[in-house]
Design a protein around this ligand. Structure first.
Ligand SMILES: NC(=O)c1ccc[n+]([C@@H]2O[C@H](COP(=O)([O-])OP(=O)(O)OC[C@H]3O[C@@H](n4cnc5c(N)ncnc54)[C@H](OP(=O)(O)O)[C@@H]3O)[C@@H](O)[C@H]2O)c1
Length: 353
């Protein structure tokens, strides 16, 4: 392409990564999309970006595998990326029911490989690493022996994200890599079109509601499962390197105006014209029931919490960047419509808006 990339997005074919790439291109950045799986995936990404109004002439596609040291970049691509100032890591394996080794390869080793590679860049301004709102709230790194218990209790996805978060922060502090960790809550579709690209977690609950298979909700009346629209998250992430200074920052990016879960499900039930569940069953009880009865993956139960999150730093950055969350009720309704239209992810992955 002949453009010198100033930004690299790892995980650019993913849900968050592709909206982020679109936003960065719209801001006039020259973007290297780090993609695994060869040129065909790069072609799919380009087509999706064009369908979404992005000018892909400032896009370069490089082939990577974050599970390998140096990201398995070819020597030519390595040279080309010497101009990169901002590195965004949205590459991970986001799935429940994984084994520990599989989860660790991308979410711990992969996160470290991206951070090390970013630290080796001569012009690095900032590394922006995506963790998650529950991950980031978990606090300081634990002694190694406690990880076993954490993997058993929370499952491989959540535990590996926590381990990756701790490892990246530790490495960044030791090697003086300017780091911002972005901790999004559950990401829902675009605030206007509802287009999603990720169908696990809350989306599965909406599917069960839609199919009349949600007789009861797990949690309490105060269970809070906050959401953020993918377009707000992309705008926020793209603004981070322009606003954050200093070695180590973290932001919880979620819409604090998200209704509590029973109210959220009620809102969507009214909108979709289906019956809302009447009963709310405590998580402790659901945990003891067979999965065949509840239909719930045990790894999702940790998300059914009454905790609240400190969004002060994200709110300040958003204000400084002139950003505000789109109205959450409208966004939830648009998302639910699009989930139904897309058969809850059974339509092609890169479907146009
Ligand atoms: N979605 C949410 O609601 C949410 C909420 C909080 C935090 N997060 C975090 O946000 C990040 C991105 O999530 P997402 O929803 O965008 O996930 P996603 O749609 O599954 O995207 C993950 C991306 O990572 C890439 N990837 C996986 N393994 C790789 C490897 N070995 N080498 C290079 N690339 C690899 C995938 O490539 P392929 O396309 O080739 O598979 C894909 O581009 C994750 O860290 C996730 O934990 C997500």
């Amino acid at each position: 392409m002949g453009t010198e990339p100033d930004t690299l997005v790892a995980g650019a074919t993913g849900f968050i990564g592709r909206w982020l790439a679109a936003e960065l291109l719209a801001r006039g950045r020259t973007v290297a999309a780090a993609v695994r799986g060869g040129p065909a995936r790069g072609g799919e990404l380009r087509a999706w970006l064009r369908d979404h109004g992005a000018d892909d002439r400032a896009l370069t596609v490089v082939t990577t595998d974050v599970t390998r040291p140096g990201l398995a970049l070819s020597p030519d691509d390595g040279d080309l990326l010497g101009s990169v100032r901002d590195v965004f890591n949205a590459a991970a394996v986001y799935r429940f029911g994984m084994g520990r080794d599989e989860a660790r390869r991308a979410n711990v080793d992969g996160a470290l490989h991206v951070a090390r590679w970013a630290g080796s860049l001569p012009r690095l301004r900032r590394l922006v690493h995506v963790s998650g709102y529950r991950v980031g709230a978990a606090g300081a790194p634990r002694p190694a022996r406690e990880w076993d218990a954490l993997y058993r209790r929370h499952g491989a996805y959540e535990a590996s994200k926590r381990e990756g978060d701790a490892a990246v922060r530790d490495l960044a502090a030791r090697e003086r890599i300017p780091l911002t960790v972005v901790n999004p809550s559950g990401v829902i579709g675009h605030s206007v079109t509802g287009e999603a690209g990720q169908y696990i977690g809350l989306a599965e609950l909406v599917e069960r509601l839609w199919r009349g298979r949600l007789p009861a909700l797990a949690g309490s009346r105060r269970t809070f499962v906050p959401v953020v629209t993918v377009d707000h998250l992309a705008r926020f992430m793209a603004a981070v390197p322009e606003h954050d200074e200093g070695p180590d920052r973290a932001h919880w990016v979620l819409d604090a105006a998200t209704p509590e879960l029973p109210e959220l499900i009620g809102l969507l039930a009214r909108h979709l014209g289906v019956r809302a569940p009447r009963a709310v069953v405590p998580v402790g009880l659901v945990r003891r029931l067979p999965r065949a009865l509840t239909g719930l993956d045990p790894e999702t139960l940790a998300f059914l919490s009454e905790d609240r999150y400190d969004t002060a730093s994200a709110d300040a950055l958003a204000r400084a960047a002139g950003l505000a969350h789109p109205p959450v009720g409208d966004a939830l309704r648009a998302w639910a419509d699009r989930l139904v239209e897309d058969g809850f992810g059974r339509a092609p992955r890169f479907a146009a808006a």
